[in-house]
Design a protein around this ligand. Sequence first.
Ligand code: HSE
Length: 407
Amino acid sequence: MYMAIMGHGVVGSGVAELLHKNYDSIVKRSTVDSLDLKYILDLRDFPGDPNEDKFIKDFNIILNDDDVKIVVETMGGLHPAYEFVSSCLKAGKSVVTSNKELVAEKGYELLKIAHEKNVNFLFEASVGGGIPIIRPISQCLAANEIDSIAGILNGTTNFILTKMIDDNMDFSDALKLAQELGYAEKDPTADVDGHDTCRKICILASLCFGNHVYPNSVYTEGIRNITLADVEYVENWGGVIKLLGQSEKLADGKISATVFPSIISNKSPLASVTDVFNAILVTGNAVGETLFYGKGAGKLPTASAVVADVIDSAKHFYKKKEFGWNDTVENYVVDYKELENAMYVRAASSDCEKIKEVFGEVKFLERASAPENEIAFVTDVMKESEFYNKLNSLALETLSVIRVSKY
Ligand code: HSE
């Protein structure tokens, strides 16, 4: 059996390396006679690469070669990945991708084409890098109704927050360090503003709850506004700040789906997930809580998930794996203002009594060397719309608002 890789970046080159490194066991587990890389599509040149003779620049060579049965897409971005993947599926080739943007935006449509063409469209590497999560949800937890899913899904932001918490670095220095170490891109928007986490929670929520969740329906906040003052207050409260992607099954077949920085109690298993690690907490109605932990990014960890999908595709080439979800339904994701959370507030004020008058009993927090005119408190759990009505009625100069997680 022949395969091709589209995109020779970090993940694509890792896939080629892993295929070579573990060739014998990969072929054995694929239950095929051979599994050979025929082409690598990339517009760049890679002189001296061990696969130098396999590089091509024209996608049509892959599309028109009937010997190529499995295509790995590791190009990233929506275009032309979407056009290439959809053409491959329509041509009867199975596709394996690590591209979360592609799956989050076009997953339903591509799964439908794969179903019609009786081929596989697999994307284990699109969430959590090397952490097994798509297959465990769709297979191992298949007997459950999933109640909720919550995760630290972005390694870069978790690294930045860890540096702020452990080393007292402010956001911009921690971001600079993440860029120097190659975790954050030169343009860090997708990571720090939460878009990457949003795409991943869309994929997980679609899989867990059965209808496609599109990124534009998910309320998303990143970590740019988190300050060392917030980190210190939260530490004294007994927790840490993490960027969480969350989704929960609600009444009437609706779901919540959100991405925002969240205050997590030190007692939560998610609190000890540091540096570039990811962790995903899945709660099923039979199994209870399960936690998946590991390296959410990087060359070989991500290639590990891609190649596992290649093995699965080869193994099930003539008997396609059936999994996926339905199209979205109207108003499927509820407005985040309807959700209930306890809220942390930091404001320029010293008027505890006025705050208690409006919010009732709140927990006031302390930190060393806080300016005189600064106050921080945590409210009871309430609807977000109610919280903002109350906060606005106080007319405080609000410096930070962070939701307190229940996970
Ligand atoms: N930029 C992503 C992260 C890469 O930091 O987690 C893996 O999706």
